[in-house]
Design a protein around this ligand. Sequence first.
Ligand SMILES: [Zn+2]
Ligand SMILES: [Zn+2]
Length: 807
Amino acid sequence: MRNAIASEKMRADDTRSQEISKPVQSVATHSVQSLIVEVWVPLPFRTPLSYLYVAADGPADGLADARPQRGARVVVSVNNRRLVGIVDSIAPVTAQLACSKLRPVEMVLDAIPLLAEQTLDLMLWTARYYCSAAGELLQLALPPALRTSSRLQQSREWLSVHYWQLRESLPSCGATNLAQGRKQRELLGHLQAAPARRSAQKNLRELGFGKAQFAALESAGVIEAVTIDELALQPEALSADPPDASDVNSAGHALNAEQQTAVDEIVGSDGKFAAFLLDGLTGSGKTEVYLAALDRLIATGRQALILVPEISLTPQLTARFEQRFPGLVCVYHSGITDKQRLLAWNDIRLKKKPIVVGTRSAIFLSFTQLALVVVDEEHDSSFKQQDNCRFNARDLAVVRASNQGCPVVLGSATPSLESLQNAESGRYRLLRLRHRTAAFARPQIELVNIRSRKLTGGLSDPASRAILQALQARHQVLVFLNRRGYAPALFCQSCGWIAGCSRCDSRLTLHRHDASLRCHHCDLRLRLPTVCPECTSTSLVPLGSGTEHAEEALQALVGDDVPVVRVDRDTIGSTTALHDKLELVKAGEPCVLLGTQMLAKGHDFPDLTLAVIMDADGALFSGDLRASERAMQLLTQVCGRVGRGEHAGRVLVQTRLPSHPLITQLLAQDYRQFALNELDLRRQLSMPPFSSMAVIRAEAASEVHLQQGMALLASQLKTVITQENLGDGITVHGPFPAVLARKKNRHHGLLWLIASKRATLRSLITGLMNQPASPDRPRSRALQLPGRTGRNQPFSWSLDIDPYETL
Ligand SMILES: [Zn+2]
Ligand SMILES: [Zn+2]
């Protein structure tokens, strides 16, 4: 999304929800009162569902009598399923007849809204922009423990804090006289000094107070035990006791002139929206810019969000924030337990921890006063969600900053073409860091033409020699191979049979450690055959090399004394496993680090001096719109991993195509020039970012169903284009088969919609959504999103607005 949405502020056209969400005036009365409550449930609906709320007659009784409020959770039933939904709006009942058919709200779960108004608005905007189900998207705003009604009790227990508190009315002889002994007087003194004259029982035990003191003071009528349900606290409730931002470790972080300029510019936009592209070479100190800007912007009551592609892979970055802002940083991602996630979510909501480092979905946390948003490695594909609501968190970061009036910084050594174009056009302000910090030199990149060379486990002789040399000098080596498994194919030398997946149009990958053949597209697993199923010959051979094979070859090359650390999806079962492996590398002993693109995501290993890219060509052939951009970013990032310490870095690139333009540009180490050329090409072809794009992905049970369904879609698109008079501004490409035309026994096809203006694309999509599902069957369930009527249907389709992958 280009950044079309950067300027496209929250649409004012959503006046509907604004009108209805006005607070109901008469909530304080205790007479019977009926309200119509619009609720978003986690199902693929286009609109919220209406329910009837009848307030209990009688005095208010805590939560049981809480009225539904916008942003709070309620339990409702849909087709006899009890679901937790989020209230969108509340309105008094006007026509009794209309609501006689409405089902009741079964339970109101929250006494206060859990989603801040701004967060809810952003999410509804997001659902509209990406044409997806708001009810499903809203789930992302809450930690898993708050999403289902079966865990109500547990989540409440997790968020209950037990305190000892000084009683308001003390016995007439005074508290001090009642405290016996030093320990009790200490406890008393501690509570008298504490905010709200109470302290968490857990903290008191940690301070060395025990049962004896608590019991004595309690029976003397001085203190009492209280339990506070934090889920019922408003964010403002704790602001009397804000975290202390004064002990920030800002000393000893000198900035160079470029960094200083960047920080000054960012801080200069304090309190108003401005988008910055921080285009900084690897090693030029982008993180230091984020930290220094935060240092100056974070203050009592203000929050900051740092979005990163992948937290488990980059513990160093999180550690740097925690070190600089001790006690103020909260990490939020899906790799932590449900309880940790709930507590972190609550800490953020109540502003106990003002700085949040998180992955994609952290963009939907309930911030109320953002001072800064940072998107690190903004080019990374993992900011784009690839299922259900296909939002791009990087783009939403710009929208969120714009809504909340604060600066946003997109940082990368290899910026996306979208962001670069926004900087070129002046929509974003460009901040460049062209100087590497002292401990970082530009690596030397050399090509190894492997067209007619003998390879061992995918390695050429020059690469093997370089690896041994580096290890001899007691340095570390990175070997990059973006293909996991042992071999990408199994081949029969007698009859030419190649093991293929029965459910997809793809080959099966050989995994040797468990003697299996696996499909990387549908996860089919078969036992490795001993004879060819076609001709019963035993001469089955692996073709090509994956990381498993390369690991074997590297271990044989370097000997048993040097560890070969393989990092790919098969070896990294948990984040701890990865952490342990990376600790080994960080210890600095000679070793070989072998892995897939997981390794290219911003690690910092000071002792790496050599990188070997085993198969650069693998990245060069794809018809995808972003194929070149992605390949260049990946290879440049791999090159950026070496030479971070005191020794110069060297990169060997194995290729069969040494004169391929992308390889020569990689050699020139000028990503910016590459990107500008690529932008020129996109401009000539009127492709994004010079146009707006959406991909329709369709799947069907059979080839025939696919063709019929896509033909109908294409004709409906034509109808809308004619009716709405969109002709000139829009091109429909396709239908054509997906790259993997058959996957999991479903047939896949595509349509590209490319428009010169975003508004034209929007009109086309809105028109399409209102077309009937099939000619003989008008859309009966108007609430349901088209294309999402079940994946097991003969034909279904989905929309991807601003796609990252286009094939
Ligand atoms: Zn055979
Ligand atoms: Zn498969």
